[in-house]
Design a protein. Sequence first.
Length: 252
Amino acid sequence: MSSEDSISDSPGGASSRKTALVTGGAKRVGRELALALARSGMNVAFTFRESVAEASDTAEAIEALGVRSLTLEMDVRDEKSVHRAVAATTVLFGGLDLLVNNAAVFESAPLDEISVEQWDRMFETNTRGPFLMAREALPYLKSARGRIVNLGSLGGMHPWATHAHYCASKAALHMLTQTMAKAFAPEVSVNCVAPGYIELDGATAEAAHFARKTPMGRNGTAAAVAEAVLFFAHGPHFVTGQILAVDGGLGL
């Protein structure tokens, strides 16, 4: 699939609806974020790298909710790719109101065995990617008095010994969120949702382990993450620079 759009009504021209752009929105948590924003009445553009079939399914699901969608093949690590994606979104929809930086990579590795390539790959996607996206989208977000929501992690707040590069990249994203909040104010609010253990693959031994450790007695869901994103997307614009843990108390 190329960066051609998938539209539910006549193409071209600005829409009276607000527009969201979600990175990594084809599947898993990203898909739920895209659908939740569509349910809230926003047109939704979303990016993907390799998940062609999932992107098509997500676009159809968005359009079934009565709003417009745009699928964008994009590499968040690549400056030119980011530029093309933001340009395509703003040309089609006439602007941009919300950027959700969701695209990320995750892996486990003993700290003393992490290669330079692994370290750089983690930061390229999890930290540099949101920076590139925000920088590119900023003129449009300022014009719309828009918002940015970054997807951080409980791992950015607590050290996980077998995820050092991941934790460090998300901690950096949390600081970037707060730096952006000061730098982009007063036109743009910038906040971060930091999920804990989100159960996506059904009942597993690992899922049961984390549920037992969580004060709420259960693991998180993609829908819970989406509800937190919706708060920052539609709540008071005055709220900025916040990092909201969605973890059922796991980090306490």
